[in-house]
Ligand binder design. Structure first.
Ligand SMILES: [Zn+2]
Length: 443
């Protein structure tokens, strides 16, 4: 709720309360806040010696000297004397005054401490004030104090967000349709941000996309670093053929995670930008799959040119098909989530055909020890598990609103993709080592 609305609602709700009606009807301007005005002008010393017959001075007795009370007191008096509290405008004025009164009484308390301060004052009031009160006056003052505290907290939170950050987190139900994707993530969404600068600044704030951005940004940085290290090895260490086939994998990994982290960053820029980068995100998955096949097929069929060419062509055609399908606007629609997962799972599972071919050709032992088949199976399991989690939106489906910021299905999927890419890198490194130490192919 907006702070202004909260103020108005808060005041309106109090209009119907007996204590307030009674006081307002009896002329609130005389005893209550008028007394507070004079009280807040007193020196700290005088405050503590002051008569407590009106039941208001306890508010200030435990305040440090030099508080900012007088402004609030004056405002409170002015507002209250004019407030019949029967119209929204009057309620707002009184609400503003109440907020300032609250400021005067809790100005020295840090944010979040106000309720504790209020409680402490309540305790003080109970134990050390021996003089009788008019119960209705005390109740009204307590109500104002509570209301002012709450209003001030809300106003401070609002100012903190809007002035220092520029935008506020938005619940899913308030997002524009094109930003609505996963309705099990209830709160914590970014609104439309309109500029790339705002989108990239949002990388450093906590919202529903923070985990998605960072998982693939760090993965992208990691694979970029490994790629630079590998590709700059002297040729005596790594030959150019190795560099080319590994470069295909590195390119796929860096583009996949790079497109992904950029997509998740600028997704809320505008509908047009979001849609464009969403397509690039899907392209990245296809490119990583294709790039992963290249070194594996190259080393697995090191000495067999025909299967190598056929399977490389097959994965190129399937990968390109997946990219073309991703280009359709409808492909990104929430209802096609299972189709998307299915297309990419099928693309990955197309590797079963060359894997079976290898096992038939070389045997199971060779598949495990010379072709890193164990690592490849683990990689496939990670990808498939991640894709299934993504498709069924576990765990947020079971606990909507509980995984808005962390551990939502998309983040788990991202982590699985990074893990699978590392597993694959390890696997193809082992195959390459075997092939390069096994000697030349027999003609
Ligand atoms: Zn993603």
């Amino acid at each position: 709720m907006e702070p202004a609305q909260l103020l108005i609602n808060g005041l309106n709700s109090r209009e119907s309360e007996p204590g307030l009606q009674q006081s307002a009807g009896a002329g609130v301007d005389q005893p209550l806040l008028g007394n507070r005005t004079s009280m807040t002008r007193l020196s700290p010393k005088n405050r503590s010696n002051r008569s407590r017959s009106d039941g208001t001075d306890f508010i200030q007795t435990d305040e440090p000297a030099g508080g900012s009370g007088s402004g609030g007191g004056l405002a409170g008096n002015a507002a209250t004397s004019s407030a019949a509290l029967s119209s929204p405008a009057a309620s707002s004025a009184a609400g503003a005054a109440a907020a300032r009164i609250g400021e005067s009484s809790i100005a020295d308390a840090p944010i979040g401490e106000t309720s504790r301060v209020t409680k402490r004052r309540g305790h003080h009031r109970k134990n050390s004030d021996p003089l009788p009160h008019k119960p209705s006056d005390l109740t009204l003052l307590q109500q104002f104090d509570e209301l002012a505290t709450r209003a001030k907290d809300s106003a401070e939170q609002f100012m903190h967000h809007v002035w220092t950050r520029g935008w506020r987190l938005t619940p899913h139900c308030r997002l524009p349709d094109w930003l609505k994707d996963n309705d099990f993530l209830v709160q914590g969404h970014r609104p439309q941000l309109n500029t790339f600068a705002a989108c990239f600044k949002s990388i450093f704030r906590i919202h529903t996309e923070t985990g998605n951005i960072w998982t693939h940004m760090l993965g992208c940085i990691a694979f970029s670093g490994i790629a630079v290290y590998f590709l700059t090895r002297p040729s005596i260490e790594v030959q150019w053929q190795e560099k080319v086939v590994f470069a295909a994998f590195f390119l796929g990994a860096v583009l996949c995670m790079g497109f992904s982290f950029i997509f998740h960053t600028v997704y809320c820029h505008s509908e047009r930008v979001g849609r464009l980068f969403n397509k690039l995100d899907y392209c990245g998955i296809a490119l990583l799959t294709m790039g992963s096949f290249v070194p594996w097929l190259y080393y697995s069929f090191y000495c067999q040119l025909s299967p190598k060419i056929i399977y490389l062509s097959l994965i190129s055609v399937l990968g390109t098909t997946a990219i073309v399908v991703s280009m359709f606007d409808k492909f990104a629609a929430p209802q096609y989530r299972p189709l998307r997962a299915g297309v990419f799972i099928a693309l990955g599972l197309s590797g079963v055909i060359p894997a079976l071919h290898y096992v038939i050709l070389e045997g199971f032992y060779s598949a495990i020890y010379h072709a890193s088949m164990g690592w490849l199976v683990l990689m496939a399991l990670l990808y498939i598990t991640g894709a299934v989690i993504y498709a069924v939106r576990f765990p947020e489906r079971l606990f909507p609103g509980k995984f808005d910021l962390w551990f939502q299905s998309h983040q788990i999927f991202h982590v699985f993709v990074v893990a699978a890419a590392f597993v694959h890198f390890h696997g193809i490194s082992e195959i390459a080592n075997y092939r390069l130490t096994a000697g030349d192919c027999i003609a």
